[in-house]
Ligand binder design. Structure first.
Ligand code: ATP
Ligand code: ASP
Length: 418
């Protein structure tokens, strides 16, 4: 059996949902577990709903949610599903909550609201496929994937999830050619509260299923030919890469390449399951295979991270930034669930580069000010090049000012002024 994951872009229009049906027909003899994301940019739209709810603007939250309801009813109707009442329970689940006042923390409400994007999307696509003769069973993944209550970045309870997969999912896949269709990105606690696994987390969900079902392979269907050596939207000369090993992809994801969720590789690597990245626009094309084998002769891999902030921390009395203060700083990062993208130690200063997540940057600056003088510099770009060469790096840096540079034989990182 195989696991397929279709991202939001692959179900963002009626034609694209028809296209998914076409792809599944091509694999009619395969037994498949199919994970599908929320349609298009629905997750971003749902985030706006939670933000309005949390600032107690109930009217705005309900108005924004009404827009999401409408677009999903329209998507279902465009796909020929005349009766859209099957969506009502999902709508009610959210509206019931939006009529309340927030009394718990933001992340809890985020997960209760945002999870509906994947539920709506999969409910529509599943029903459409069944009507098109692509028989499938829809599953609420919250009955299968058990997590802790670390909302927005929930951790998997592997033991419980494995048992649910064994008892519930495996029997549904027993017949050759069977398809189970479910959501990515979401799970539930033992108290049945919805959780999410971090933005772009559907790739990870697919990998959890691939691992627990001991799949032959996992395929992620995207709007690109496969993994490229740079984001083609940011770098004109991006080249397709035929083959990569797991380690290289983990490194790419770590440095911010937004092509595969960073947690995806480990469950696959543990069972030696190959990951394929293929184009849903051109399913015949070869795509990229990611596996355990050594891959030589890779092109330079380029990752841009925009909107970076340099946080410059200096000790006030010229005392050294020793292990005590450094440990304190990392404790602050841990409390804020915030990760520095680059750090550099000096004798009396500590530099870190972080994403411009306004609330977290403010909180970091506030906490760090107990120990240091803090200075912030915004609007910077962190460029990472793996398998770098001087000619390429100087071309990529162009006229930008270099604020910070770090280099190993494999990886070079430069913080640029634009
Ligand atoms: N190294 C890279 N190789 C290929 N694509 C990349 C790379 N880095 C970034 N991308 C971007 O990834 C995009 C596809 O991923 P994206 O997450 O948008 O799609 P998705 O599969 O619909 O995901 P989602 O599950 O979040 O809905 C491409 O359009 C491309 O711009
Ligand atoms: N829908 C979620 C999860 C995913 O697509 O992987 C997101 O946009 O982040």
């Amino acid at each position: 059996m195989n696991v397929f994951k279709f991202g939001g872009a692959s179900v963002s229009t009626t034609e694209r949902v028809h296209n998914v049906a076409g792809i599944l027909r091509r694999y009619a003899s395969d037994t498949l577990l199919v994970v599908i994301s929320a349609m298009g940019k629905t997750t971003n739209a749902l985030e706006k709903v939670v933000e309005a709810f949390y600032r107690k603007d109930k009217e705005e939250a309900l108005r924004l949610f009404e827009g999401i309801k409408e677009s999903h009813r329209a998507a279902a109707a465009d796909l020929g599903l005349a009766d859209t009442s099957f969506l009502n329970d999902f709508f009610t689940e959210v509206e019931w909550l939006l009529h309340d006042n927030p009394v718990r923390d933001f992340d809890y409400y985020y997960d209760q609201v945002v999870c509906v994007g994947e539920l709506l999307s999969t409910a529509i696509v599943s029903r459409f496929l069944n009507e098109q003769g692509v028989a499938n069973t829809w599953l609420d993944v919250r009955d299968i994937i058990r997590t802790d209550d670390n909302f927005r970045d929930a951790r998997i309870d592997w033991e419980y999830t494995a048992q649910r997969v064994r008892d519930t999912v495996r029997p549904l896949l027993a017949a050759p050619g069977a398809i189970v269709l479910t959501q990515g990105f979401i799970g539930a606690t033992d108290g049945n509260e919805s959780t999410t696994l971090g933005r772009e987390g559907s790739d990870f969900t697919a990998a959890i299923f691939a691992n627990l079902l001991e799949a032959e392979g996992q395929t992620i269907w995207k709007d690109v030919q496969g993994v490229m050596n740079a984001d083609p939207k940011q770098y004109e000369g991006a080249q397709w890469i035929r083959e990569l090993n797991y380690r290289e992809v983990i490194e790419m994801a770590y440095y911010g390449a937004q092509v595969i969720h960073p947690k995806t590789i480990k469950p696959l690597q543990n069972k030696g399951i190959p990951l394929y990245v293929k184009s849903f626009l051109d399913p015949e094309a070869e795509g990229t295979i990611i596996h355990n084998s050594q891959v030589n002769g890779l092109p330079p891999i380029i990752v841009y991270k925009r909107s970076q902030v340099l946080v410059e921390l200096s000790s006030r009395d010229f005392s050294f930034v020793g292990e005590g203060l450094t440990a304190e700083l990392y404790r602050i990062f841990e409390t804020l669930k915030f990760r520095p993208n680059l750090t550099q130690n000096g004798a009396v200063s500590f530099l870190c580069v972080v994403d411009d997540h306004a609330e977290k940057v403010d909180a970091l600056a506030h906490h760090a000010a107990q120990y240091f003088d803090v200075q912030l510099r915004r609007n910077l770009t962190l460029l990472t090049v793996r398998h770098h060469n001087d000619e390429l790096v100087s071309r990529l840096c162009g006229d930008s000012g270099i604020i910070l540079k770090q280099q190993t034989p494999e990886t070079l990182q430069v913080l640029l002024t634009q």
